[in-house]
Ligand binder design. Structure first.
Ligand code: BES
Ligand code: MN
Ligand code: MN
Length: 458
């Protein structure tokens, strides 16, 4: 096959409007994978992704199911004999919309404003799925073929913790076998700096229910005489951190590995002045050495807390209080041991003999990679061509449970994390958005990547 990458890039450029429509079509489906949300929407989303794969020329499109799991979508194009096979990853499930009244346009009606596309999943991670299908379409339309083989896997349960990766691999390991993985589910350092993510934190999380009674009591009749579970939970949470948010759980920082050589080099190169941090996060206080602490140090967070409600607030002592919390873990931290240490610490610091119950426990390890494989050099060339700027290596404070187990199942195949989010994307929050200029460049880079990998291997 004579490879003319420019022609494919030009096609992507000229047909960008169609690709943007593809993204809008997917983003109109509220495919929230959390318990309590309609799982049929995730099924509908999987069907829409499958239809898109077919429309863009992929073959063997299939919806992969497992008992109790949200559907994955699989598709491939495998007609480049002797060339590497790439496993292309994204996820089609999304986080809940959050507080609807805070959205400037409806969360599931993707809306363009000021060069960005606003809507839940527009960045995280339906843009990832569409970046893959668009780059594939650009090659198939201009050449009738791709320079490499591709297998596409679009997960349906990333946002709720990817609980079925193990059974998935048991059932489908041979189906997803490939020479490298390309994950489009991370971000760029900023909207015009192409970035390769070389480290992810892991996460352990759980639900905590603190109970002192089986029903609420009048706080005047009983206040002072019975244990208040909200105060108990507050004390337990505050026992986890000092006044600066540094964890106080015994042994938690023991064994943490120092960032490796490549990570140190990237920390040296990347500058993140406090002024920019404040502008991006709208936060008043910035931590010291924030990239290092965000990417290579653990952190504790409480994501939700509930006891009674604003609306029902009455003079009562609640029967129970609930919270969801977790710790982001880094290399050197064992997730199971970290979870056990957190539970142990919470129990030990529970006052007044309240009962403490744990549920919904998850534990995912951190992930890092070295970047010596030819696939990384190919990715750098592709990003340079797509963005017109050299790529940087960066870490990431977030987690993608898929990466570790799949890289291992693929016998240590390199994993390229090249994403479409930027610091203003606001994923998981209200008014999530995608930088459209960057999206276009990400598609062009993906077009280049296939040619670059074909030239040098993985
Ligand atoms: N796309 C994110 C991961 C991510 C976070 C990339 C921040 C770049 C910056 C992914 O969808 C995600 O949110 N992962 C979860 C994993 C959890 C549910 C196990 C996370 O990090 O909270
Ligand atoms: Mn994501
Ligand atoms: Mn996410």
């Amino acid at each position: 096959m004579s490879v003319n990458t420019d022609k494919a890039v030009q096609y992507a450029d000229e047909h960008y409007g169609e690709f943007l429509e593809d993204l809008k079509t997917l983003a109109r489906i509220p495919s929230v994978s959390f318990p309590g949300f309609d799982p049929k929407e995730v099924v509908r989303s999987a069907s829409a992704v499958a239809a898109l794969c077919r429309a863009r020329g992929l073959e063997n499109v299939e919806i992969l199911t497992l008992p109790g799991a949200h559907p994955y979508v699989y598709a491939d194009w495998l007609h480049a004999p002797g060339k590497p096979t790439l496993l292309l990853y994204a996820h089609h499930d999304v986080q809940p919309a959050g507080r609807e009244e805070l959205w400037k346009s409806p969360p599931f009606e993707p809306t363009e404003r000021d060069g960005r596309l606003y809507g839940r999943g527009c960045a995280d991670d339906k843009a990832g799925a569409v970046a893959h299908t668009s780059a594939i379409a650009a090659w198939l339309k201009t050449h009738g073929s791709l320079p490499v083989n591709v297998k596409l896997i679009i997960e349906g349960e990333e946002e709720c913790g990817s609980d079925h990766l193990e059974p998935f691999l048991q059932k489908y390991a041979s189906k997803v076998m490939a020479d490298a993985i390309v994950l489009t589910d991370t971000g760029n350092f900023d909207h015009d700096t192409p970035s390769i993510t070389v480290a992810l934190r892991g996460i352990v999380a759980l639900d905590v229910t603190v109970r002192s009674m089986d029903h609420p009591l009048h706080s005047g009749m009983w206040g002072g005489a019975v244990a208040d579970p909200v105060q108990a939970l507050a004390k337990m949470i505050s026992s986890c951190v000092d006044a600066k948010g540094r964890m106080l759980i015994p042994g938690i920082y023991k064994g943490i590995q120092k960032p490796g050589k490549a990570a140190e080099a990237s920390l040296k190169v990347l500058k993140y002045p406090e002024k920019i941090f404040r502008a991006q996060t709208k936060l008043m206080a910035a931590p010291k050495d924030l990239l290092r602490s965000n990417w290579y140090q653990p952190s504790f967070s409480v994501n939700a807390i509930q006891a009674s409600s604003k609306k029902d607030c009455a003079n009562i002592i609640n029967d129970s209080a609930w919270a969801h919390m977790g710790i982001r873990v880094v290399p050197g931290m064992n997730p199971d041991k970290t979870l056990a240490a957190l539970k142990n610490h919470l129990k030990k610091n529970a006052p007044w003999g309240v009962s403490v119950e744990f549920s919904g426990e998850t534990a995912n390890p951190s992930w890092t990679t070295d970047t010596g494989a030819p696939a990384f050099a190919a990715a750098r060339r592709a990003l340079q061509k797509g963005y017109g700027k050299p790529a940087v290596d960066m870490g990431c404070g977030g987690s993608i449970p898929f990466v570790g187990p799949f890289a291992k199942a693929l016998k240590g195949a390199p994993a390229l994390l090249i994403g479409v989010e930027d610091p203003l994307s606001n994923p998981h929050s209200e008014n999530e958005s995608l930088h459209l200029g960057m999206f276009k460049k990400a598609i062009a880079s993906a077009v280049h990547l296939y040619a670059e990998i074909a030239a040098t291997g993985c």
